[in-house]
Write a new protein. Structure first.
Lengths: 360, 252
């Protein structure tokens, strides 16, 4: 089969692309990271409190609260889609998780008797199997996210509806369901496993907030999936040229459904973590967070036209937003300026990228 | 190159296709022999693309039979056609701009290595094989470069390299020279010669008369959904083919 090579291939007319013109150095993620580094240095000199342990912990915790969902939405954005339902999904998953937890922890009820019993004093509720309630309720929360993600994916990949419209509808549907199941009041994690729940969502390990640990683990996993698995390759191909993906035999429908499910699960997990930090899942929780999440992804270099993006960019975008918010507070600027500034940064980041790609 | 006793790699008998009330193809018979380069010509709407799409598995024919290397085949999807050894270079090349040349060559059939329960991409093996293919095609293309930074000729080479991954017996190229520069046209015609040297049959769908006369052994002219001519290239002339395409001459 192999044709004999008369001479090894030589590159007389085709130069090698220099290292600073390829990879991260030539990406929006690269110089937003640079801008972030500069900002950190400026903050250090502007405020003596910025680099204190407490403040860094705060920043790490706060950006972790949107960064996991940003990882999920980045998957969708790379395929050239969009998911507007992440904010509602956070709320609904969190709400279902704490409602199931409360329900299963009621000793009198039919479901509750399987999981808990009363202690000898007749007041304290004890778990039959410690941690089981927590596991079931988190699985329930993620389960509803999975279902909503499947519906999103089915409508977009199989029925061919536009991602924008489908997920806009899902935003409203899921938020509405949250009001319905809680009667508009929201819900609270409760029962014997509530302490585990708080430890797993808002605790820390050796001073590192746990949400940050989850984020790092998930981001590394995402990097491996995107760049070293055929699924990741197909996600990029779908965003680059959907028709080509189809003609080369990539299972386009399956890949699309998978990214929307992944995104919904990430949002659900994020919501559950936030509710642990808040101590409750109010019905209006995470309202309009989808905009922060998408803004962070775009600032970090994900291209809404598809084909470009990654976990590092998602995190850099979230950190930048959080450092600015934190910086404005430390500098005693009114926090109302934050939104305006975020808008300016979104446009600046995309503008700089446009100028750079014209220069090459 | 044309030998009478060889089994045709592709044989169509009585192929017809209707879209509702429109008859796009009618009673097309044709054969392609191994290592033969066949030019398929015709004006817009003559039925060229429909014929190509039937052979590539995009459409099913309403009538007739397709035999590939001697046995009857039925394609439901493009992957089925690829499975038996028919590769297509689409007019728009079907490349993902944001990926590297090697990634595009292996799109949909990535090489993987197993790490315990996970199968991860084997970047090294893919880059090495892609470089080998570009070498065979005499194209100065680096496997790690992004397709969006490439010239038209390089992109064409990437699309053609893709057809060399499997043991393709028939490569169909839809207007490969329509949108590229003169020098790059030379390169593409060179690529077709290399496929022919390998014994691969090539079907070249083109509007450009000089290209067809430069590389093809035989030319087939379509008009109004029917095959109007099927001649060895040295027994015809550009003038005659033009007359056949426009209908000035009914058949030859």
């Amino acid at each position: 089969m192999a044709m004999p090579m008369e001479s090894p291939i030589s590159f007389t007319n085709v130069g090698r692309i220099r290292w600073w013109q390829r990879g991260i150095f030539a990406s929006q993620t690269g110089y937003v990271l640079l801008a972030l580094a500069v900002l950190l240095v400026v903050m250090h000199f502007a405020s003596p409190y910025f680099f204190t342990e407490g403040n860094i912990q705060n920043v790490a915790k706060n950006f972790s609260f949107i960064a996991i969902a940003t990882l999920g939405v980045t998957f969708v954005i790379i395929t050239g889609g969009i998911d507007l339902s992440v904010g509602s999904m956070m709320c609904f998953s969190a709400m279902i998780t704490s409602m199931v937890m409360t329900e299963l922890s009621a000793p009198g009820s039919a479901a509750g008797s399987l999981f808990v019993h009363m202690a000898a004093d007749g007041k304290t509720v004890l778990a039959n199997v410690p941690g089981l309630i927590l596991l079931v309720s988190i699985l329930a929360g993620l389960g509803v996210a999975l279902l909503a993600g499947l519906v999103n994916g089915f409508c977009i990949a199989v029925l061919g509806l536009s991602p924008f419209v489908t997920t806009l509808g899902m935003l409203s549907i899921v938020r509405g369901l949250g009001y319905v199941v809680s009667n508009g009041r929201g819900s609270f994690p409760g029962g014997p496993d509530a302490d585990y729940f708080y430890a797993l969502t808002s605790g820390d390990v050796l001073g590192v907030p746990v949400p940050f640990i989850y984020l790092v683990v998930l981001a590394l996993a995402m990097a491996v999936v995107l760049h070293h698995s055929s699924f990741g390759r197909h996600v990029f191909a779908l965003g680059g040229n959907e028709k080509a993906a189809e003609l080369t035999g990539i299972p386009v429908v399956r890949v699309k459904i998978e990214v929307y499910v992944t995104c919904a699960l990430a949002a659900g997990l994020q919501g559950i973590i936030i509710s642990g930090w808040l101590g409750s899942a109010p019905a209006n929780m995470a309202t309009s967070y989808e905009l922060n999440v998408i803004a962070a992804a775009v600032i970090g270099g994900a291209n809404l036209a598809g084909g470009i993006g990654g976990p590092l960019g998602a995190i850099v975008g979230c950190v930048l937003l959080e450092v600015i918010r934190n910086g404005l507070v430390l500098a005693q600027v009114s926090s109302y300026w934050q939104q305006t500034l975020v808008g300016v940064i979104i446009i600046l980041a995309v503008l700089v990228d446009r100028i750079r790609s014209r220069m090459i | 190159m044309t030998t009478t006793e060889a089994t045709p790699v592709l044989e169509l008998t009585g192929i017809g296709k209707e879209f509702g009330a429109i008859r796009a193809l009618h009673g097309v018979d044709l054969q392609v022999l191994p290592g033969e380069v066949v030019g398929l010509m015709g004006d817009n709407g003559a039925g060229k693309s429909t014929l190509v799409k039937i052979i590539a598995g995009n459409f099913r024919p309403s009538h007739g039979e397709i035999r590939f290397a001697g046995s009857a085949v039925h394609f439901n999807r493009p992957i089925d056609a690829r499975g038996v050894g028919i590769e297509v270079v689409y007019q728009d090349l079907a490349l993902a701009d944001n990926l590297t040349a090697a990634a595009n060559v292996f799109l949909g059939r990535e090489l993987k290595r197993r790490f315990g329960p996970f199968a991860l991409l084997d970047h090294k093996a893919m880059a090495a094989r892609a470089l080998e293919l570009f070498g065979e095609l005499r194209s100065e293309t680096r496997p790690d470069d992004l397709v969006k930074q490439m010239s038209g000729g390089q992109r064409q080479a990437v699309a053609i390299a893709r057809t060399r991954l499997s043991n393709a017996r028939l490569v169909m190229m839809d207007e490969p020279t329509a949108a590229i520069s003169v020098r790059q046209v030379e390169q593409v015609l060179g690529l077709i010669h290399r496929l022919k040297e390998q014994g691969v049959a090539v079907m070249l769908i083109s509007h450009r008369m000089p290209d067809v006369f430069a590389v093809c052994d035989r030319v087939i002219v379509m008009r109004r959904g029917e095959k109007r001519a099927d001649k060895p290239i040295h027994q015809t002339s550009p003038e005659e083919v033009t007359a056949l395409i426009t209908g000035a001459k009914e058949a030859a």
